[in-house]
Design a protein around this ligand. Structure first.
Ligand code: UD1
Length: 363
């Protein structure tokens, strides 16, 4: 019987990373089994990514849904363990990607069953334990057998944590593989025209981190910033469901006059929109990387980043909680209108094939 490798995906940023890896597996000497935990379940947060990125239907769907961190992580663990115990076949690897609850939950289950776990996008650290993703990263890396690193800081962080170098391999950024593949189709959508915008002359905003959207005072300040941006340049805000819920609960939506608030976009639509924008204002992790690759200025509304190469070699500026600094950085981007293409090792559209080669060699 052929070996099998289990690939876990659960939330929106996972799908973008798992798609190119699954494709790179097509000629690999093992069967691929895709497990969808169901952490994200809406068409807008999950289904559209499967369609656009050509991800095959999951072989296993755990259907865990939303919940508090403990409840969601616990449900994923129980359901994934049940699946592994039922399916008697011992996988050659369990591959988890990124830093969401599904990543950590499945890594824990695999490692407790003494199955080899590989973590794609290992070594990233914001050094901010108030971020749920940081806990997920630290735990996942501590217990994974193979750590596949996406940016130079990852190697330093893992070495500083005393992780033996034979567990670590630099493969580059699999998310950039999806971007490289989808960019022509994304640009062909001419998203700016769909929203009546001029290419190179609009801002895109995304916000969903608890540090920005869960605190009513902070969110109210951000509303002021968004209005200020919209007074200067046309502004589109595809809104994450947790952010919509907060805006609704706090009655803040009416404060966003002038800002074009829309539903979350599909992968291609979002990529097309940011590719032709003049500045992106965000608190996402992945968008810092996508804008760096595209050379589009990115203003990140966070105090830390786990992706420092986007600041040192890319277009990203961290402005912390200081909204005047945010405004200054946004104005600078709008005035300079620079495009700075980047060259970061392994951000070349071929990271997934290096992942699959490593999985094949290290059985
Ligand atoms: C999760 C990840 C975060 C990632 C983000 C991208 C963790 C700890 N966080 O945060 O790293 O950047 O996904 O989106 O894993 N909801 C829906 N439909 C869905 C999914 C969620 O309406 O398909 C709503 C629910 O009300 C839910 C809320 O969004 O309670 C939060 O979803 P959850 O997956 O728990 O965390 P995110 O904030 O999306």
């Amino acid at each position: 019987m052929r070996d099998s490798v289990i690939f876990v995906a659960g939330a929106r940023p996972n799908f973008v990373k798992i798609a190119p890896i699954l494709r790179a597996c097509e000629s690999a000497p093992f069967d691929r089994i895709l497990v969808h935990t169901g952490q994200h379940y809406d068409h807008a947060m999950s289904g559209v990514f499967f369609e656009q990125l050509g991800i095959p239907a999951p072989d296993v769907h755990l259907e865990v849904g939303s919940g508090t961190h403990g409840a969601q992580t616990g449900r994923i663990m129980a359901a994934f363990e049940e699946y592994l115990l039922r399916d008697k076949r011992r996988p050659r690897w369990i591959v988890v990607v990124g830093d969401v609850n599904s990543t950590m939950a499945c890594a824990l289950v695999g490692s407790k069953l003494c199955l080899p776990v590989a973590h794609v996008e290992a070594g990233l650290r914001s050094f901010d334990r108030a971020m749920p993703e940081e806990i997920n990263r630290v735990v996942t890396d501590a217990i994974s057998n193979l750590l596949l690193v996406s940016e130079p800081a990852g190697l330093t962080n893992l070495a500083n944590e005393g992780i033996a170098s034979d567990r670590v391999r630099y493969v580059g950024n699999v998310m950039i593989d999806s971007l490289v593949e989808q960019l022509p189709a994304a640009r062909a959508l001419r998203m700016h025209e769909r929203f009546g915008l001029h290419a190179g002359d609009y801002a895109v905003v995304t916000l969903h981190r608890p540090s920005n959207v869960d605190d009513p005072a902070r969110l109210a300040e951000l509303v002021q910033l968004l209005r200020r941006i919209a007074s200067e340049v046309q502004t589109v805000f595809p809104m994450h469901p947790r952010t919509s819920a907060r805006f609704r609960d706090l009655g803040l939506l009416s404060g966003l006059q002038g800002v074009r608030v829309i539903e979350p976009l599909g992968y291609r639509e979002f990529l097309g929109l940011i590719a032709d924008s003049s500045v992106v204002v965000t608190d996402s992790g992945g968008i810092q990387e996508e804008t760096t690759y595209l050379g589009v200025p990115c203003v990140t509304l966070r105090t830390t980043t786990e992706r420092p190469v986007t600041c040192t070699a890319g277009t990203n500026v961290l402005v912390g909680e200081d909204l005047d600094a945010a405004w200054a950085a946004i104005q600078r981007s709008l005035t300079l209108r620079e495009r700075r293409p980047c060259a970061i090792e392994g951000w070349d559209g071929r990271a997934s094939s290096r992942v699959v080669t490593t999985l094949t060699e290290r059985a």
